[in-house]
Structure formats: structure tokens, C-alpha cells
Design a protein. Structure first.
Length: 292
């Protein structure tokens, strides 16, 4: 009996393709390494995101993404962020002199506004994206303060006014103590007289009058009880007013710092929005002039 030959699997070689892909990855990592050694942050930014670099710096919109290569350094983002943060913060100290940075862990930079007392934590600086990530609540507070200042108002003007008015109402309860005491004496005398006249056979009108007098005395007792709590409430409100006033002062400092540097808040917003192209573009210009 003749044996039937089996069909052999014939796989074409892909060695050249595989070698080329491996070489591309090696070349990418070598380029990153060379840029780090040379202190060429411009090239690092281009290698990290060539599409963004071409769009923002070269104004070219049809570049393909190099993300498949950039993932090779994803596990080194903290180290790269720290490395890139050094020159970036030097640049920002000139362009945004009122911001202060604290590296709380490798490559993570907390952002603060101002060098004055009680400065605000304002967000995070991302050196990899060359971007301020502002705290939404704090930024909106500043934005609202700028809007109100155009009308001669402060951010906390209304709440300070309301709290001050509440204090005046509370103080009035205390100031009326003597008046309440006099009224109480009079009411007690009237109540005592009414009870003496009524005896066991008092008429309905006298009974209703006594109830009215007793209800008014309860109201006076309630006002006295409230008066006992007034000093603590006023002190608490005064503390709040002080805190609101401090916040308004800080917001004034921030607005002044922005206008001193940029002229207007709109110009500041534009500088924030174009930070990547301005900074990385300055690195590219320096590279063309022969610097790094």
C-alpha cells in the first residue's frame, strides 16, 4: 500500500520586515537617549508627539502620529517630565513670573499662584504636554473676580454685605434687652392683676387676655435665649467676614500680577492657551540659531 505524502507547511520569511521594525524602535529609543544626553528638549518634544509638534510649531496638519513609537517610553514619563520640567520652569519664571512650582513627586509639579502669604494652590504643571492644568474652582473664582472688578466690585462683596447685615440684626436682639426687661415687668404686672380680678369666675375676655400676655412672655423668653447665643454667632460671622476679605485681597494681588505682566486678563488667557507653541517654538528657534 502506497503512503500518501503529507502537505508541508511552507512559511515565507519575514525576517527583513521584523528586523526593520525592530530597528525603527531601536532608532527611536536611540534618538530619545541622544536628545536627553544633549539636553535637546526640542527634539524630545518632537519625538514624544510628532503630530502635535508639526501642528503647533511647523503649522503642518497632515503629519501621521508617531504614537506607536512613543509608547516605548510611557513607563519613563515621570523621569522625562522631571527632565523637561527644568528648562520649562526656567522659561516660565520669565513669562509667568507670578507662578511657583513644587515637585511633590518625581515629575509631578504642583502649581501655586504668588509668593505672598496664603497663596493659593492653583493646579498642576504638565511638562510633557507643556500645559497648565488649573484647578477649575480656583480658576473660575479668579475669572469671576476679574469680571466683577470691571464693575468696581469684589468677589465676596455680596456675601460680606449679607453677613454684616446679619450681624446688625443679631446685635439688635442684644441691644433690645432692656426694652424686653421693661416689657416683661409690665406684662407680669398685668397678668398678676388679671388673675386677681378674675378669681374662679373670671369671664372669657379676661381668660383670653391672660393667654395673650403669656404668649408674649414666651416670645420675650425666646428672644432672651437667642440673645445668649448672639456673641458667639457674631464672632463666627466676623471670622467669616475676615476670611472673605482675605480672599478678596488675594484675588486683587493675582489680578494685579496678571495685568502687570500681560496687560489684560484676555492676554493672559491667550498666553496660557498658546504655551506649547510659544515655548517649544522658542526651543526650535534657538536650535536654528545653533543653540540647544
Amino acid at each position: 500500500m502506497e503512503s500518501t505524502p503529507y502537505i508541508q507547511t511552507d512559511l515565507p520569511s519575514n525576517q527583513s520586515v521584523l528586523q526593520q521594525k525592530l530597528q525603527t524602535k531601536l532608532d527611536y529609543l536611540t534618538s530619545i537617549q541622544s536628545a536627553v544626553v544633549a539636553g535637546d528638549d526640542r527634539q524630545i518634544y518632537e519625538l514624544l508627539d510628532s503630530q502635535k509638534y508639526d501642528l503647533k510649531v511647523r503649522q503642518k496638519s497632515e503629519t501621521e502620529t508617531n504614537r506607536p513609537l512613543a509608547v516605548l517610553v510611557d513607563d519613563m514619563k515621570d523621569e522625562l517630565s522631571h527632565h523637561l520640567g527644568q528648562k520649562l520652569i526656567n522659561y516660565l519664571s520669565e513669562t509667568f513670573p507670578f507662578f511657583y512650582y513644587e515637585e511633590t513627586q518625581l515629575g509631578v509639579f504642583q502649581l501655586y499662584f504668588g509668593n505672598w502669604w496664603d497663596r493659593r494652590h492653583f493646579g498642576i504643571l504638565d511638562p510633557l504636554a507643556v500645559k497648565f492644568i488649573f484647578n477649575d474652582d480656583e480658576y473660575e473664582k479668579l475669572e469671576k473676580a476679574v469680571e466683577l472688578s470691571a464693575h468696581g466690585q469684589r468677589y465676596n462683596s455680596q456675601v460680606i454685605e449679607d453677613t454684616t447685615r446679619a450681624n446688625e440684626t443679631l446685635q439688635k436682639v442684644v441691644d433690645e434687652q432692656n426694652q424686653r426687661d421693661a416689657e416683661r415687668t409690665q406684662l407680669l404686672a398685668q397678668l398678676s392683676s388679671s388673675e386677681e380680678r378674675g378669681g374662679l369666675f373670671g369671664n372669657r375676655g379676661q381668660s383670653e387676655q391672660r393667654e395673650v400676655l403669656k404668649e408674649r412672655l414666651k416670645q420675650l423668653d425666646s428672644a432672651d435665649a437667642k440673645a445668649q447665643t448672639v456673641p458667639a454667632l457674631i464672632a463666627e460671622n466676623n471670622t467669616q467676614i475676615l476670611n472673605y476679605s482675605k480672599e478678596d485681597t488675594i484675588l486683587i494681588y493675582e489680578q494685579r500680577a496678571i495685568t502687570d505682566t500681560f496687560g489684560t486678563f484676555d492676554e493672559f488667557q491667550q498666553a496660557v492657551g498658546s504655551l506649547y507653541e510659544n515655548y517649544v517654538g522658542s526651543l526650535a528657534a534657538a536650535a536654528e540659531e545653533g543653540g540647544v
